[in-house]
Design a protein around this ligand. Sequence first.
Ligand SMILES: Cc1cc2nc3c(=O)[nH]c(=O)nc-3n(C[C@H](O)[C@H](O)[C@H](O)COP(=O)(O)OP(=O)(O)OC[C@H]3O[C@@H](n4cnc5c(N)ncnc54)[C@H](O)[C@@H]3O)c2cc1C
Length: 407
Amino acid sequence: MTSDVLVVGGGPGGASTAYWLARNGVDVHLVEKKRYPREKACGDGLTPRAIKQLLDMGFDFDGLDLHRVEGLRAYAGDLKIELPWPDHSEFPNWGATMRRADLDGTVAAMAAAQGATVTEGTTATPVVDQDTVTGVVLDDGVDRHEVHPRFVVIADGSNSRFGRGVGAARRKDFPYGLAVRGYWESPNSDDRFIESQLDMRDRQGRAMPGYGWVFPLGDGEINVGAGLVSTFKGWKDVNTSEMLEAYAASLPEHWKITEETVHTKPIGGKLPMSMSVGPKVGNNWILVGDAAGAVNPFNGEGIDYAYETGRMAAAHVADALGGNRTGLAGYSAELEATYGDYHRVARVFVKAIGNPAVMRSLTTVGLRSKTLMEWTLKVMANLLDPEEAKMSEHIYKAIEKTVNIGS
Ligand SMILES: Cc1cc2nc3c(=O)[nH]c(=O)nc-3n(C[C@H](O)[C@H](O)[C@H](O)COP(=O)(O)OP(=O)(O)OC[C@H]3O[C@@H](n4cnc5c(N)ncnc54)[C@H](O)[C@@H]3O)c2cc1C
């Protein structure tokens, strides 16, 4: 049996695409190569943008084991500032943390409740003729057969073998990130603020563009991680596991972790950013989430953008199924209209902070000004109101000017 649409990958991107397609009455089949609950290297942090998407999908926030978060506590060395999530006309003013092992299966089940067929433990491989996926081989380790959907949504994450199989590739001149995380026990796991350390150093003591984080999970454990972006000389030589180890050893006292504290073995992953993977669509396929390079270069979040791009892709696929002759092309245009300007600013910004002097000034001078940091949080989490967003270039210049004054 072949469905009209096959979605490859059951992370946030694939699950939201399947949810919105099924809710729209489309015959859709989601295949996930692992089985839920499945591990995913992630900070487990949900910003207000992600919360909005989950609310729109009818996620049960009261019934599920999810830890609400009021804002961000940012450190640069010993400097500290607490910033509540801002009020916004479109997004809630709260965030949350939830283990991806629990979150992703829950959202896939929500897609199934809307009528999507969800198959776990099955790997999809494309059969391609030029720009068209003519078939998809589904392999569950016992049975291998080919299906022939009319459209294929590619949501197979940052490694995106399926995406490469159809000819999509990452722009090497765009920024790229690496991050690693582990879980530690902590008596302060109920903290209502997520935390970041902006002053990360390489072995020579130079400031690096990246940050360390502690995301409390509210269940006795905290998610501790570290990530960096590729815009500085020597980034390939950085060992992210060592970076995490050093950061974990330097956590503020309130987390109360010691060398004896039990923790999991850290795991890491890639962060393809700034819509760096393309083309976004072919004759009958479309990329979403990390497979499209949708991670925000400012802060490395990608769950919200996977939900958002999945929702957009679902609308365009439904349109194309309904006979819209422009097919899927409208999706690329919508991505550009929604994220184009923001990502252009973000690319300039992450390139600027690749300079250790700029990074150091931003973290030390910036953190002394609450107003500046409030703006920075809004920009970095993409939470500017529509009126403010029109001024984003202007705001960026103001931040850059302050940074330059300090350097
Ligand atoms: C260490 C780290 C920390 C992060 N922290 C955060 C954070 O706190 N907040 C945030 O917003 N973002 C964070 N991110 C980014 C975020 O994890 C990703 O952007 C997000 O998971 C993207 O969702 P996705 O659905 O596109 O891909 P994924 O979540 O990777 O899902 C892809 C799915 O496809 C499946 N799959 C792959 N190939 C196939 C195949 N051939 N057939 C069938 N299934 C297949 C995989 O098993 C996987 O389940 C972090 C990333 C890393 C590496």
